[in-house]
Design a protein around this ligand. Sequence first.
Ligand code: UDH
Ligand code: NGS
Length: 285
Amino acid sequence: QEDSKETTEHPANKTVLCPEKPAELVGFVNTNLTDVSLSTVEAKYPAIQKGGNYQPNDCQAREKLALILPCRNRTAHLNILLNNLLKILIKQKLDFTVFVIDQEFPTTFNRGMLFNVGYLEALKRDDYDCFIFHDVDMIPTNDFCLYKCTHNPRHFLSGVSKWHYGLPYKGYFGGVVAFTREQYQKINGDSNLYFGWGGEDDDLRARILNKGYSMLRYPKFIGRYDTMSHKRDSGNQANPARFTLVSKAKERQDEEGLNTTIYKVTEVVEAKLYTKIKVFINMTQ
Ligand code: UDH
Ligand code: NGS
């Protein structure tokens, strides 16, 4: 309360640290899951700079956030996510950049590796403190769900509409996760070996626990997400090797991950609301 009073009394004062929980936040917000064009969303956010970069103008944000969105052939979901999420990030007075990480066909989709690519490419561009890896079909319903990093990695989903606002199992670590730079570095990022659907999120959780971190979650009403139903994507068939890979996650951790991520950037687009980085990944690595 004190913090937010200060920032409204000195609107141009960038030396004032932004409040942890700005007074503008209300709790539950209505989600809008209907299709929307990118130009409609762009028109709503003139304050976001080219490449998807935003800083609050009345206070100094507490950290620099890279929002990493793995996205191949899911533009409709990406636009819905931006339409819902950007206003929350702005209300939370965050300094953020949105990175969309796209993967060239024909290689089978590799979500974990796209996290690593997003992390490495973001750090080539600026000194980010916090990395939030975010599926394009997970829509927050509560603006108290703060998009920030903390002393342990955080799983943002406490309940999702498709599971009647519960989770599929206690240790589920998919959907939306946050790491500080130090945390992601220490766990050697995500595994690059999961081509196709399933298991990479379980591997990531094994990595954090193995390095002595625990998994944080917000209370159920805060980490409440809506999601859009969809068919399995082409190029992302269930990976039959996933169970064997997950069972060896800890043993592989230091030899394979962020330190072995090999990819080729094929396109960079600085759009109004995000920096899109398209990569080619070789499946034989
Ligand atoms: N993603 C893409 N493109 C793909 C696959 C995945 O962009 O081709 C990204 C996207 O950000 C997505 C995330 O990876 O939100 C997770 O992938 P997913 O949504 O396919 O995973 P989920 O477990 O669905 O939600 C699996 C398909 C289940 C179909 C069952 C039909 N009821
Ligand atoms: C587990 C998968 C996870 C997946 C979770 C939820 O079984 O990768 O289901 O899937 N683990 C393995 O396959 C080893 S969902 O219901 O969203 O399709 O995230």
